[in-house]
Ligand binder design. Sequence first.
Ligand code: FAD
Length: 435
Amino acid sequence: MGAHPRAVHPVRTAAVHTQLRNGLQGPEYMRRMRIRVQRAGARILDHSPVTELLTDPSGAVAGARGYRRQEGGAYRVRAGAVVLATGGCAFLSGALGCNVNTGDGALFAAEAGAELSGMEFSTAYGIAPEGTSVTKGAFYSFATFYHADGTVLEGAASQGGRSVIARALLHEKVYCRLDRADAPARRAMRLAQSNFFLTFDRLGIDPFTELFAITLLAEGTVRGTGGIRITGDDCSTTVPGLYAAGDAATRELICGGFTGGGSHNAAWAISSGTWAGQGAARYALSYGRRGATRLLAPTGGAGLRPTRTPGPADVHREVIAAVQNEVLPYEKNYLRHGTALVTSLAALDATWDEVRSALLGTGPDAVRAREAAAMTAHARWMYASALARTESRGMARRLDFPAQDPAQRHRIVTGGLDEVWTRPEPVAALLETAS
Ligand SMILES: Cc1cc2nc3c(=O)[nH]c(=O)nc-3n(C[C@H](O)[C@H](O)[C@H](O)COP(=O)(O)OP(=O)(O)OC[C@H]3O[C@@H](n4cnc5c(N)ncnc54)[C@H](O)[C@@H]3O)c2cc1C
């Protein structure tokens, strides 16, 4: 997670893979990956978010447009194929590292005609000390949760009891202490994830012996599983020339309806990036030089090309607030119920109408406008899919349908912009496609 890296290149993911194999960590392998990519002849555009995809007359994705934040000015890239690796969407909730995860890639993909899958698996909320962003959750398995008077909040747990915490937070403060860790575990925890303790050290709190107030921060499809639907084992999508990797793509294929934290997310980002990069490179090579002369047309709508008279330049702020009002509250998103979902979806549809007709961002504001549009679209796909799954399965829990229904052992595919649609997709059919 980090600053916008911008240019997507097949060599990138292969390089990560090799360096992980060689035992390099975080910033060091990112640095080496850059060097390797540059040596391979790629030009990296830092801090240059993509704002829309470009397609050729057949509808195949053939490039992208974006804005260079530091140098100023728009840019356009002609490409044989595009891999979307823009991450999931956490709705600017303040969760650690998620301020760049506004679901842009899903919007770009849908505008080009791609589908999404598993968007109902998007109720991820991470535990964080109140007023902080640190949603690293592993160590809360050592926690006991308390009411303000110091009595234990019965049933509350990091895993299998987080909804008890969400319910309590609706009307009271909830406190926590990592008092189930013994002395050797405490030492090991400090060594294993030192950044987990940075916040506590700064606040002057010993989390093993002192109570601290906690909150839950939405992590949407970052720690959910939904994303762009993949149709082949090269991470292709339903749109020729378009590939998806990492959190931008659905992770149902590796972990069904629940991810939470854990290594499978990073493993998927690396693996799917490698496969998507190889698939995109093969596709681009099949075009040969013909690719360089294709006519390109922009696909971006909401936030770039309003259908009516545009509103003031900062409308995106109102849009973001309106979307957050429907997706951050626990009682709407975490503790989902059909009645509330219908009401929220209607509100989000109205926000989309406003976005589509009046939101216009130009220059650097184009990036903000597109983020706001992407968050709106993401929320609508999430809630439409949640309504289509009338049961509780994995992360897609419904208070009005608490049991799992064996008849709904299928995926929910969704898409559409002005009109959002959903349809069930048999799991067996998908596995056959992917095999
Ligand atoms: C607090 C936290 C802890 C986690 N811990 C773990 C863990 O221990 N193990 C694990 O496996 N997983 C963990 N995860 C999940 C893991 O971080 C993600 O699965 C992984 O980062 C996904 O990688 P990605 O490259 O697909 O997306 P990201 O890491 O989100 O990267 C997406 C990139 O796309 C860029 N981007 C976004 N929009 C645009 C645009 N319009 N144009 C250009 N670029 C754009 C962003 O700037 C960002 O750099 C954790 C997640 C969180 C939030």
